[in-house]
Design a protein around this ligand. Structure first.
Ligand SMILES: NC(=[NH2+])NCCC[C@H](N)C(=O)O
Length: 259
């Protein structure tokens, strides 16, 4: 397997996002130690760019995607992406959708559904639009084509009105396993901030680290890719708490896909 560290912060606009790049690098080191893989750091921009068409830092995000797509050309798989904001998981999931076809489903472990469009977003932050883009909607520049057909939200508890409307019309499910092969997207804000305090956009409540690891261990279908995003802390003790999740994810990825 490969580990791609994507120290992108421009998809988040909160102050705490300033430390996302450093948190990404620290978390990717631990992931590398656990998986015995040297992380590849994708050369994303450290700059900002203006809000265009309702998306903050839009030009920078497009440039960052080009760097990610170049890294995703590597033939060895599967890939564990360590973000960065949740927008850093859009390119790898889009590539997985191409590679694995319609049966690919996405499990979106996140306190937020990330189902905004530029017109419903309260912030202009692309990380809040990431899943909507993967489902083929929102800003056409980012809308996946082919789109992901099936996604399940896990742990969502801070939902904007435009996101609720998308859920109500059945764009995503709230339980079950979304396909015969799955991509795991794990925004660390899915966790209870009382246990892990290092996420960029924490929300009260949430899942325990052990519950997330157990849910991954119990998946009945192959895991073809994964992303762990929104780590804004460099506190070693805090990051070490995440080891059970990294173990579960790397074990699932290394198990591979039966041919
Ligand atoms: N993956 C995340 N941390 N998303 C935060 C999104 C917050 C809010 N819903 C927004 O669109 O701005």
């Amino acid at each position: 397997m490969r580990i791609h560290a994507v120290p992108q912060r421009q998809g988040a606009v909160v102050e705490r996002a300033r430390t996302l790049p450093a948190g990404c690098l620290e978390l990717s080191r631990l992931a590398g130690d656990i998986a015995y893989v040297r992380p590849y750091v994708v050369p994303v921009s450290r700059e900002d760019s203006p809000t265009v068409d309702g998306v903050a830092n839009r030009a920078v995000l497009i440039a960052n995607r080009t760097a990610q797509l170049a890294a995703l050309e590597a033939p060895e798989g599967p890939v564990l992406t360590i973000g960065g904001d949740c927008g850093s998981d859009v390119a790898p999931i889009g590539v997985a959708r191409f590679r694995y076809g319609e049966g690919l489903g996405v499990m979106w472990f996140d306190a937020h559904p990330d189902l905004n469009t530029p017109s419903t977003s309260p912030s202009g932050a692309f990380h809040g639009m990431a899943l909507r883009a993967l489902l083929g909607e929102g800003d056409p520049e980012f809308a996946a084509s082919p789109a992901v057909g099936n996604a399940v939200l896990v742990g969502a508890r801070s939902i904007d009105p435009g996101e609720q409307a998308a859920i109500d019309r059945g764009l995503v499910a709230r339980e079950g396993v979304p396909g015969d092969r799955v991509y795991l997207h794990i925004d660390l804000d899915v966790l209870d901030p009382a246990e892990f305090s290092g996420a960029t956009f924490p929300e009260p409540g949430g899942l325990s680290i052990d519950a997330v690891a157990a849910a991954i261990d119990a998946l009945p279908v192959p895991v073809v890719g994964a992303g762990i995003t929104e780590c804004s802390t460099t506190d070693r003790a805090e990051i070490l708490k995440l080891a059970p999740i990294l173990e579960a994810v790397t074990t699932a990825l290394q198990r591979g896909v039966p041919s």
